[in-house]
Design a protein around this ligand. Structure first.
Ligand code: CA
Length: 254
């Protein structure tokens, strides 16, 4: 049974997809059904039919979440999930396992391998969509369109607006995504490589200096509402968004 969520207006969303989801499934009919429904829900979907394609996709653009079939030709989904958990870049990659296996021992093996959730075939697409939302809420809130508030700033992805009280902060699309990520992961330091992966989705073809350029633009825009100091440079480590800027770190350049 296919889910029928309302189609999102991509223009209203600034053309940005809600989240990038990689679907690894060798059964074409299931892969297509899942892909169609995820796209209707506003996600950007990449399909991979085996472990090699899946690894190539992850090496290129780190997705927000992977729907991973257990039984694949060649390397199994279980082995992939285990390998991703062992590598720094993919350690926190949210994974939902799909499988025909329903035995408790198999579910335990799937979760032990690092899957964040587990769905047994045949499954309802509505349930898969609900599980995806739940895992993203927990692990990648920047991939959802819930409004987020940090300090004086309020960001609403559904209207693509950033407000300080009654004043709107005008941002370019990249600065908006950058601020969205920082606001959904406040007080933590993010390296330039991590920001490229999570905000740009590509760690290979973009220079880390690009991050500095967009942080500078974001600070200039936030400066108009007196919030530039919320974006801190942490020397040798990266950037952090904080509610309570420190006197020394608040407005230093990269
Ligand atoms: Ca399969």
């Amino acid at each position: 049974m296919a889910a029928r969520p309302a189609r999102r207006d991509r223009a209203q969303r600034g053309g940005a997809p809600m989240s990038r989801i990689l679907v690894v499934e060798d059964e074409t009919a299931i892969a297509e059904l899942v892909a169609i429904n995820l796209r209707h829900a506003g996600h950007e979907v990449t399909l991979a039919a085996d472990a090699a394609q899946a690894q190539a996709a992850v090496d290129g653009i780190l997705p927000d979440l992977v729907v991973l079939d257990w039984m694949l030709p060649g390397e199994s989904g279980l082995a992939m999930a285990r390998r991703w958990r062992g590598q720094a870049r993919t350690r926190d990659l949210p994974v939902i396992m799909l499988t025909a296996r329903a035995e408790e021992a198999d579910r335990v093996a799937g979760l032990d391998a690092g899957a964040d959730d587990y769905l047994v075939k045949p499954f309802s697409v509505n349930e898969l969509l609900a599980r995806i939302r739940a895992v993203l809420r927990r692990m990648a809130p920047e991939a959802l369109d819930a409004a987020v508030e940090v300090g004086a700033l309020k960001l609403d992805p559904s209207t693509r607006r950033v407000m300080r009280g009654e004043i709107e902060v005008r941002l370019g699309p990249t600065e908006f995504r950058l601020l969205h990520f920082l606001m959904t992961h406040p007080e933590r330091v993010h390296s330039r490589a991590q920001l490229l992966d999570r905000v740009w989705g590509d760690h290979v073809f973009i220079e880390e200096r690009t991050v500095d350029v967009h942080v500078k633009r974001l600070r200039e825009a936030l400066d108009r509402v007196d919030c530039a100091r919320m974006i801190e440079t942490v020397r040798g480590a990266g950037y952090r968004l904080t509610q309570r800027p420190t006197a020394t770190a608040g407005d230093t350049g990269p």
